[in-house]
Design a protein around this ligand. Structure first.
Ligand SMILES: [Zn+2]
Length: 127
């Protein structure tokens, strides 16, 4: 052992003060010697890993939020179609039942079919 000591400055918890690492320095970098923890390539790799973990976590959170917003918007869109769909289909069924019972031709059924078609198109998102 060379007796070299790591010169890295270590901040104490709260970062109000610091001290020199002082551990055995066995790793050379740029003409200076460091302990394994403070060897600059190790520090850089740890920083990069920490940054990547943070970025991955942030991106995953953003993707979850976007998916939740999309799901909520789709739910609201469907809810907005509900009354029109129900009413249009109820009227269509009344006409269908009436036509079946009296075998009568009626202009009203054409309007109701158009109305049901419009409600269905709205529900499908094509209106
Ligand atoms: Zn050190």
């Amino acid at each position: 052992m060379s007796g070299r000591k790591c010169p890295a400055k270590v901040y104490d918890s709260g970062a109000m003060s610091s001290h020199t690492c002082g551990r055995a320095a066995a790793f050379e970098f740029g003409g200076r010697w460091f302990c394994k923890t403070h060897h600059p390539p190790t520090v850089k790799a740890k920083d990069e890993a920490r940054h990547k973990a943070y970025t991955d976590k942030f991106n995953a959170e953003m993707a979850r939020n976007a998916a939740a917003r999309k799901a909520a918007a789709e739910q609201a869109r469907r809810a907005a179609c509900f009354d029109d769909l129900l009413e249009a289909l109820q009227r269509l069924m009344q006409h269908a039942n009436w036509m079946e019972s009296c075998s009568h031709d009626d202009e009203g059924i054409k309007r109701d079919i158009e109305r049901a078609s419009a409600a269905i198109a709205k529900a499908e998102g094509t209106a």
